[in-house]
Each structure stands twice: as C-alpha cells, then as structure tokens.
Design a protein around this ligand. Structure first.
Ligand SMILES: Cc1cc2nc3c(=O)[nH]c(=O)nc-3n(C[C@H](O)[C@H](O)[C@H](O)COP(=O)(O)OP(=O)(O)OC[C@H]3O[C@@H](n4cnc5c(N)ncnc54)[C@H](O)[C@@H]3O)c2cc1C
Length: 443
C-alpha cells in the first residue's frame, strides 16, 4: 500500500491530522489498533484554541452542539467538617471571556464524541482518507511501516510517517529520542456521575488536604476528579464505596445523591499523572504528535488540546507542501519550531498548577488561597492565565507578576485593554510561518 502520509494511532491527534490532510487532498492511511470505542477516560475539556481549529475544519458547530460550555472556572476553598456542610473560605472565578477573542469559552465534550466527529469528517473525503480499524502498527521494516490487521500483515509505504500512538509509541522508539519522565506525589480517581441541573460551572473545591474537580458534561452528567496520595488507591478501595460517597458529599453536598450512582469500583478510573517531553519532534521522515511527543499533568486540562494543536500545525504544513510541490522533509523543522516552545510553556504552566495542589500543609493552603485570589484581583494576572491556558496566545509571567501573586506587591488596578492582548494572540504567521507571500514575507 502506498500513501502520502501514514499515521499510526487514531486518537484525537491522529484523527485531527488525518481529517485535515484528507480535506486538503493529501492521501492518508491511519491505523488504529482498537476496533471499538475506548472505555478509558481520556479528557473532555476542549480549550478555545482547539475549538477555533475544529471550527476551521468545519466541525465547530457540531462540536458545540454536543458539548457543555464552560465560560468560567471557579476555585472554592473550604473547611471540611464531618457531618456539617463545608464552610467556604474563599471563592475565585476566572473567566475565559477576559481573553480578547470570539472563542471565549471552553467546552466539555465526551472524548469519543470528539473522535467520532473527526473520523466522520475524514470519511467525507473518502478518496483521500483510509481508516484501518483494528490495525496495530508494529514498527518499520526496511523503512516501510508494518501494520497487523486481523491475521494480515500490511506494508505501507509513505512519504511521511506520523507517530500518534499516544504514550507508548513505536514511532518514537524508532526515532531514538531522549525524554525524562517526571512523577508526582499524588494520583487521581475519576468518575462521571449524574449532576443536578443547576450545577453548570466548572469548579475546583479544595481543603488543606482535599481536592475535588467538577466539570459539567452534557446530558446532566459531571466529570469528577478526586485527588489521592500516590500509592493509596488500594487502601481507599479497601475502605469501601460508602467512604468514597462520604468524601464527595463532605466537599460537594449537592452531589451526595449523584455519587451514589457509582455501583462498582470498576466505574472509577485511577489516573496516575506524569510528564515527559521528547527532545526532537522529527527525524528524517518520522514525526511525532500528541502524547507520543509529550504528556502533561492533567491539572490544566491541556493534553488533548496539545494533540489537536500539534495536528493542526503539522497538517497545515504537510498540506501546503503538497499544494506547493515542496519536499516534506525540508520543511518539517517548522513544525518543531512552532510547537515545541509552546508545549514546553504549557508543560511548565500545568506543572506549576499541579504544585499548587500538591502539599497538604495549612501554610501552603494559605499561600495558595492568596495566589488564586490575586489572579482575580489583578486583571493582568487574570488575562495572562486565561490567555495562556486557552492556547490562543502566549503572554509570559514576569517577576513583577509573580511578586503581585505572592502578595509582595499590591494588585494592579488597571484593566488590560484588548489591544494589549492582540499582540499576544498567535497570528496566522506565527502558527504557520512557512507560508510567505510573493515578496517573501510571512503572510
Ligand atoms: C486517564 C487520563 C486522563 C486524561 N485527562 C485529560 C483531560 O482532562 N484533559 C485533557 O486535555 N487531556 C487529558 N488526558 C490526556 C489526553 O487523553 C491525551 O493527551 C490525548 O488523548 C492525546 O491524544 P493522542 O491522540 O496523542 O493520543 P491518544 O488519545 O492516546 O490516542 C492514541 C491512539 O493510538 C492508538 N494506538 C496506540 N498504539 C498503537 C499502535 N501500535 N498501532 C495502532 N494504534 C495504536 C490507541 O489505541 C489510541 O487510540 C488524559 C489522559 C489520560 C490517560
């Protein structure tokens, strides 16, 4: 079998890339080892930049129609008292609407739904989109990809081979890249439960030693994420579901009925956060996207978004090469130059957010409360935080920002103007810097 681009892995990154390439007349073969929907939780929060990308390939409305909009993130700090309702100490609300963009909210969409939409988009270009379900990519033999589907071994020859296999990637192995894995002192338990209708905002509830993230989904459901000490899962399981229900109810009494919908520990998924980032995104004609190249701490809800954003830049580059008759290999460096620094930046941001919730000391909690409140009181911090996590742009935090956040300097009273933000939103020229006009300037 011959194709322009071979993609190993039909997750959200691989499907986004394949749909984009097929829509631009690039022949693509995509091999996905599973032939049914994945039962595993894999993230549902689509950040504004991802929504913008989905819009550009013509599925924005479809995604909006099956998502729950999140226009605000609430951070609630409480005192927990057994048998009594939690007492609120502070509440901070951060708004996506502070970002100067029409993409002013995030969306909670079931992961498999996003994949279905992308797969169907790809299939609408049937001449170019070749999806192989139940096909496991084994590796390369004589520079050609080898895939096993049922009992058949298929050789696929392509101009470019993309590793989109997620955390365990044969393409990455073949590239011999370097990466270091970082672990955390906590794990998460995650489960979807029914939610009361009026519970519509994304919310993180914390105490000095507890953390519960609540993100509403459509169909009156809510994704919950409960932080536990690393290695304590077995012990918690031994205590039984009744103790688990209690833990939820103490932090979020409004979910006390919903949490009882969990009937079995098998409904609850253990999530072990760790991070890595490869030192190279491409080698020869092999390229990595998404979790094959990097994985982030889930605290900032970025993993899936980074995969889609990688796919967008790489897809635009490969499509442009085909349209302009350029050699793919000469231009792959642009993909790494655009994506690697942005991913590094978000890895750091997610890591910092994780640290904020990693220590169970009262003094740490006080610092956290102050730092989170400052994000709201100081408009510049608010704008920077939301702009950065939205993926729509990048605005570095300065030492002054951190001093304000750490309460060493007073909060600034001035509201950030939209015009100040425009310079920080990624322009088309920054997203796709290889596209130049007739005068050789970036368009
Ligand atoms: C438990 C958990 C919770 C998460 N929570 C969030 C969150 O809240 N928000 C967020 O944004 N991100 C979250 N993430 C991260 C997010 O799921 C990933 O960053 C994102 O799915 C990466 O997309 P991907 O396409 O690169 O890889 P994946 O989604 O992992 O897709 C890889 C695909 O490749 C297939 N595959 C693997 N090996 C082969 C092979 N050899 N041959 C053929 N096919 C293969 C797999 O079956 C899979 O379908 C979470 C991840 C996990 C594991």
């Amino acid at each position: 079998m011959k194709t322009d681009v071979f993609i190993a892995g039909g997750g959200v990154g691989g499907l986004m890339l394949a749909a984009k390439l097929a829509s631009r007349g690039v022949h693509v073969v995509i091999a996905e080892q599973m032939n049914r929907k994945s039962p595993a939780y894999k993230g549902e929060l689509l950040q504004p930049k991802t929504i913008a990308i989905l819009d550009r390939i013509g599925v924005g409305e479809q995604v909006e129609a099956c998502g729950h909009p999140i226009d605000q993130l609430r951070f609630q700090e409480v005192h927990r008292r057994k048998g009594r309702p939690p007492e609120e100490i502070s509440l901070t609300e951060l708004d996506y609407g502070r970002v100067a963009s029409v993409y002013d909210h995030a969306l909670m969409v079931p992961h498999e739904k996003t994949k279905d939409i992308l797969r169907n988009k790809g299939k609408s270009f049937e001449q170019y989109f070749h999806y192989l379900p139940g096909a496991r990519f084994l590796g390369f033999e004589n520079g050609v990809a080898v895939v096993k589907q049922k009992r058949e071994r298929i050789s696929i020859q392509a101009d470019v081979y993309v590793g989109a296999e997620g955390r365990s990637s044969p393409t990455r192995d073949a590239m011999n890249v370097h990466m270091e894995r970082k672990e955390y002192n906590h794990h998460f338990l995650t489960v979807t439960i029914p939610r009361p209708e009026r519970f519509t905002k994304g919310k993180i509830i914390t105490t000095s030693n507890g953390f519960l993230g609540l993100f509403p989904l459509p169909d009156k459901e809510i994704r919950t994420v409960y932080l536990i000490e690393a290695g304590s899962y077995k012990q918690i399981k031994k205590q039984g579901l009744e103790r688990f229900y209690e833990a939820y109810s103490e932090l979020a009494p409004e979910l006390k009925d919903g949490v009882r919908a969990i009937r079995d520990w098998r409904d609850i998924q253990l999530m072990i956060p760790y991070t890595y980032h490869v030192d190279r995104y491409y080698a020869g004609n092999l390229v990595l996207i998404g979790d094959a190249a990097h994985t982030v701490h889930p605290m900032a809800g970025e993993g899936m978004n980074l995969a889609v954003q990688d796919a967008d830049v790489l897809g635009e580059l490969l499509a442009w090469c085909k349209e302009e008759g350029k050699s793919y290999h000469e231009y792959l460096h642009y993909y790494e130059e655009v994506r690697k620094p942005r991913v590094s930046f978000l890895l750091t941001l997610s890591h910092m957010s994780a640290l904020v919730y990693s220590f169970r000391y009262e003094w740490w909690r006080k610092l956290r409360c102050r730092a989170v409140e400052r994000m709201y009181e100081d408009d510049k911090l608010h704008v920077k935080q939301m702009l950065n996590i939205s993926g729509l742009g990048k605005w570095d935090f300065t030492l002054t920002d951190r001093a304000v956040q750490g309460n060493m300097l007073p909060a600034r009273k001035r509201r950030v103007k939209d015009t100040e933000q425009y310079r920080r939103l990624f322009s088309k020229a920054e997203d796709y810097p290889w596209i130049k006009n007739e005068k050789g300037r970036i368009r």
